[in-house]
Design a binder for this molecule. Structure first.
Ligand code: ATP
Length: 292
């Protein structure tokens, strides 16, 4: 096999709790993750030259060693003494620096591509182990679907699929520094923790209302203080008929869960008309990424 094309899916956090911080600056988290049908498409081609060449549709992301795809390929080449190189084209659709794990998803796709094109015959578990060293969200991006992420995000438990719904995601036009948000969180005196166990129970009971009623992200207030536009967006999505709306990751992307597709589409049009952002999509949850 000389070439392979893979889809790298974005995620949202249905719930995000932070339990504490570690000395190295990482935080212990408890998050319910959900893959959504918004993806980058990556074309990988193995080349005889000992090089890693990346091109992309989005000029904002790095193409050299700062790109997580580059780091993944370099790691696999070094680990398995692969002399061949790789050419990659990243067709970017996942908003960048948005709390949707776009870089981690591309990185996960790169590990899978190396496994195929360099014929490494590694199990998914082994790939997830390598992924851990590249980023806390990478193992989840290899697995996909609905999952509980603990530790720094790398300890994963598969959960029952989210019941059918429509997910509107809207990324306001601003950059959020994840480090700044976590530092802000560390200084918080009063934190209301989400009922993650209740959300897990609701997933087992296929109870969408039980899930949406428990959507809480402890980082949200910190980001809203830095960027009040996030609250405006959240209120707009709720008023438009979402069962609930919340920020994903450290933001600034807001998502809303709808049962009515027409309401979700109307909400998208409203957000664009109000000039809140042009980066807004209505997508479905994805439960099995290996089938895609
Ligand atoms: P997370 O939800 O995991 O915190 P994020 O969605 O907030 O991630 P990313 O879109 O992954 O953030 O991008 C964060 C930074 O990573 C970008 O500013 C970019 O410079 C860098 N980066 C490296 N590789 C990639 C990639 N393949 N795609 C996007 N960004 C990348």
């Amino acid at each position: 096999m000389a070439s392979v094309t893979l889809q790298a899916f974005a995620k949202v956090n249905l719930g995000l709790d932070v339990l504490g911080s570690r000395e190295n600056g990482y935080h212990d988290v408890r998050m319910v993750m959900q893959t959504i049908d918004l993806f980058d498409t990556l074309r990988f081609t193995s080349i005889p030259e000992d090089e890693i060449r990346i091109t992309t549709s989005d000029t904002k992301i790095p193409t050299g060693e700062k790109n997580l795809v580059y780091q993944a390929i370099l790691l696999m080449k070094r680990e398995f003494a692969v002399k061949k190189g790789m050419e990659v084209y990243i067709d970017k659709h996942i908003p960048v620096a948005a709390g949707m794990a776009g870089g981690s998803a591309d990185c996960a796709a790169a590990l899978k591509a190396c496994n195929l094109l360099f014929e490494l015959h590694l199990s998914e578990e082994a790939l997830m182990d390598y992924g851990k060293s590249l980023g806390a969200d990478v193992p989840y991006c290899i697995m996909g679907g609905t999952a509980l992420a603990e530790g720094i995000g790398e300890k994963l438990t598969k959960l029952p699929a989210l019941p059918d719904c429509h997910i509107l995601v809207a990324k306001p036009p601003m950059e959020v520094s994840t480090g700044e948000v976590y530092r802000g969180f560390d200084a918080e005196k009063h934190v209301v923790h989400p009922d993650i166990d209740g959300m897990i129970k609701a997933l087992h009971n296929e109870n969408l209302d039980g899930v949406t009623a428990r959507m809480v992200n402890v980082l949200e207030n910190v980001t809203i203080r830095l960027h009040p536009e996030v609250l405006v967006l959240k209120d707009t999505v709720r008023t438009a008929g979402a069962k609930n709306a919340m920020m994903t990751g450290s933001g600034p992307t807001v998502f809303g869960i709808f049962t009515d597709h027409v309401l979700a589409e109307d909400a998208r049009n409203e957000i664009v008309a109000q000039g809140l952002t042009r980066e807004v999509y209505v997508v479905a949850p994805v439960n099995e990424i290996s089938e895609r």
